[in-house]
Design a protein around this ligand. Structure first.
Ligand code: NAD
Length: 501
C-alpha cells in the first residue's frame, strides 16, 4: 500500500490519492494485499464530493486469512515472546511516529471525514495519547494473590483473549484506532481491524507506521471492505476471542447475534441522546458555550454529543437567547477553512438528519436558532445547517432518537425531580452533565442520572483517554478508555497451587 505525501502543511489541497491500480489496503500477516478479484471501493471527500482514493473490498476469505495470521502471531516468538514492557515500548514508539507524522495524518483525516483541520489535528494528538497511555500501562497490569486454604497459593493473572476483532466507525477513525486497538495490543492480543468503508485512510496510514516501528507480522491485521461483507464475516468468525464494535444500534445487535453463535464476548458502543442539565443558578454563559460546542463538534456526529439540553423553566428564555447568539456566529466550511463544523459523512446520513429536521418543522416544534448555510460552500458538499429546537415535547422523536447531526433539542424542566426524570427518559445512557452551583444537587444527580460518564459544570464529548467510557441501557456495554479497557481486553485466570504447609 502506498500513501503519497500530502505536501506542505499549508497546502490548500493536500495530495494523498490512492490510485485504484495500486490499491492494496488489506494487511494480512504483515503484507499489504489487494482483494483477489481486484475489487475496490471508492472514497469520496464529504466536503466537495471529490474522489480521493479507493480501498480494497475484502470479504469472508480475507477475514479468514487475517484471523489465521493473527492466530499465527499468537503462536510466534516474535509477538507472543515479547514481554509486557516490550509491547509497551512498541506502542510508545508508534505514539512518537504519530506525533512526527501528525500533520500528514491530520490532512488525511480531514479530507476523508470532512472535519475541520483543527479538529483533525486534535484527533491525532488523542491518537498519540492513547498509544502512549496504553504503552505505559502494558507492564502495570499486575495479578493478585488470594488467601485460600492452608497449603495452597492462589494467583489471579490477566491473560490475552487471543484474536480480538475491532469494527470501528467513520466519525473519528484515528481516535477509534487508538482507543480500540492499543489496549488490545498492550494485553498481548493479536488484532483484526475492520475500519469503516466511509472513512479509514488515517487508520491505514497509522497501520503502516506500526509496521515500520516493528510490530511483528500478524500482530495487527486490517480488512477493509463493506460492513455487510467483511464486518459480518469478522463478527461471525469462530476463531476470535472478542469483538469490539462502535456504531449503530441496529448493526450492534447483528454483531452481537453473530458472535453469540460461537459464544464470543462482545463490547458495544452504540451512541446516545446525552442530556446536559442546566439549573438557573449555573454559570449560564459557560454552560451555553459547552452546549453549543458539544452539539457542533464534528457536525454532531459524535456518540457523546450533548444532543439534549434540559433547562430549568425560569432560565429557559434567557438560555434560549444565549444559544441563538452563539448559533448566529457559527461558521461552516471545508476542512481548510477550519470552521466550526464541516459536512456530514455521506448522503444517507445527511438525508437522515434532514428527515428529523423536516419532521420537527412539520410537527410545529419551535426553532430557537438556526445557522443558514453559507453561499460559498461547494455544491457537492454534504453540509446541513446547525439548528436548535425547543421546547421539544418529551415524546417527540427529536427528544428520543440519536440524530447524529448538528441538531440540538432543548426542553424545560420544573424542578430537580423533573430534570432527573427527563434525563433518564430515553433508551440511551452514555454521557450526562449537570450545570449548577449547588454541591448537594451535583452529588444527587451524579447518582440518579443513568449514564456511563457524568460531568459536573463541564462537558467532555470524547475527551480524556484515562477516563473509562461506555454505555448503560441501549448505549451498549463494556468499557473503553482508561485502565478499564485493559480488563475488557483480557480474561482472569485463577491458578490454584497445592504445595502443602
Ligand atoms: P454502522 O453501524 O453501519 O457502521 C459502523 C461499522 O460497522 C462500520 O465499520 C461498518 O462497516 C460496520 N458494519 C456495518 N454493517 C455491519 C454488519 N452487518 N456486520 C458487521 N459490521 C458491520 O454505522 P453507520 O452506518 O456508519 O452510521 C449509522 C448510525 O450509527 C449513525 O447515524 C449513528 O447513529 C450511529 N453511529 C454511532 C457511532 C458511535 O460512536 N456510537 C459512530 C458512528 C455511527
Amino acid at each position: 500500500m502506498s500513501l503519497s505525501s500530502p505536501g506542505s502543511p499549508s497546502a490548500v489541497t493536500p495530495n494523498f490519492e490512492l490510485q485504484p491500480e495500486s490499491v492494496a489496503t488489506l494487511l494480512i500477516a504483515g503484507q499489504w494485499r489487494a482483494a483477489p478479484d481486484g475489487a475496490v471501493l471508492p472514497m469520496h471527500a464529504p466536503a466537495d464530493g471529490r474522489l480521493i482514493g479507493h480501498i480494497s473490498r475484502g470479504g469472508a476469505a480475507e477475514v479468514d486469512a487475517a484471523v489465521q495470521a493473527a492466530q499465527a502471531a499468537l503462536a510466534s516468538p516474535a509477538w507472543a515472546g515479547l514481554s509486557a514492557a516490550q509491547r509497551g515500548r512498541l506502542l510508545m514508539a508508534l505514539s512518537r511516529r504519530v506525533q512526527e507524522e501528525a500533520e500528514r495524518l491530520a490532512w488525511l483525516e480531514a479530507h476523508d471525514t470532512g472535519k475541520p483541520i483543527g479538529l483533525a489535528r486534535a484527533d491525532m494528538q488523542v491518537l498519540a495519547r492513547y498509544l502512549e497511555f496504553y504503552g505505559g500501562a502494558a507492564d502495570k497490569v499486575h495479578g493478585e494473590v488470594i488467601p485460600f486454604e492452608p497449603g495452597y497459593t492462589v494467583t489471579l493473572t490477566r491473560e490475552p483473549l487471543g484474536v480480538t476483532a475491532h469494527i470501528i466507525p467513520w466519525n473519528y477513525p484515528a481516535q477509534m484506532f487508538g482507543r480500540s486497538i492499543a489496549p488490545a495490543l498492550a494485553m498481548g492480543n493479536a488484532v483484526v481491524l475492520k475500519p469503516s468503508e466511509d472513512a479509514c485512510l488515517s487508520c491505514l496510514a497509522v497501520t503502516q507506521l506500526a509496521l515500520e516501528v516493528g510490530f511483528p507480522a500478524g500482530s495487527i491485521n486490517v480488512v477493509t471492505g463493506l460492513g455487510a461483507e467483511a464486518g459480518a464475516a469478522l463478527s461471525a468468525h469462530p476463531g476470535i476471542g472478542l469483538v469490539t464494535f462502535t456504531g449503530s444500534s441496529e448493526v450492534g445487535a447483528l454483531v452481537q447475534g453473530a458472535a453469540a453463535r460461537h459464544h464470543v464476548p462482545v463490547t458495544l458502543e452504540l451512541g446516545g441522546k446525552s442530556p446536559q442539565i442546566v439549573f438557573a443558578d449555573a454559570d449560564l454563559e459557560r454552560a451555553a458555550d459547552a452546549v453549543v460546542r458539544g452539539i457542533v463538534q464534528n457536525a454532531g456526529q459524535t456518540c457523546s454529543a450533548g444532543s439534549r439540553v434540559l433547562v430549568e423553566k425560569s432560565a429557559f428564555p434567557a438560555f434560549a437567547d444565549m444559544l441563538a447568539r452563539r448559533f448566529a456566529t457559527l461558521r461552516m466550511g471545508v476542512p481548510e477553512t477550519n470552521a466550526d463544523l464541516g459536512p456530514l459523512i455521506n448522503a444517507p446520513q445527511r438525508q437522515r438528519v434532514q428527515r428529523f429536521v423536516a419532521q420537527a418543522r412539520a410537527d410545529g416544534v419551535p426553532v430557537i436558532a438556526e445557522t443558514p448555510l453559507a453561499a460559498d460552500l461547494p455544491a457537492q458538499g454534504l453540509f446541513v445547517s446547525p439548528i436548535a429546537f425547543g421546547p421539544v415535547p418529551p415524546q417527540h422523536a427529536l427528544a428520543r432518537e440519536e440524530v447524529f447531526g448538528p441538531v440540538l433539542c432543548a426542553m424545560p424542566f420544573e424542578d430537580e425531580a423533573d430534570a432527573v426524570r427527563l434525563a433518564n427518559d430515553t433508551d440511551f445512557g452514555l454521557v450526562a452533565a449537570v450545570w449548577t452551583r449547588d454541591g448537594d444537587r451535583q452529588a444527587r444527580l451524579a447518582r440518579r442520572v443513568q449514564s456511563g460518564q457524568f460531568f459536573i459544570n463541564c462537558y467532555g464529548a470524547g475527551g480524556g483517554v484515562e477516563l473509562p467510557f461506555g454505555g448503560t441501557k441501549r448505549s451498549g456495554h463494556g468499557r473503553e478508555k482508561g485502565m478499564a479497557a485493559l480488563d475488557e481486553m483480557s480474561v482472569t485466570k485463577t491458578v490454584v497451587h497445592f504445595h502443602g504447609q
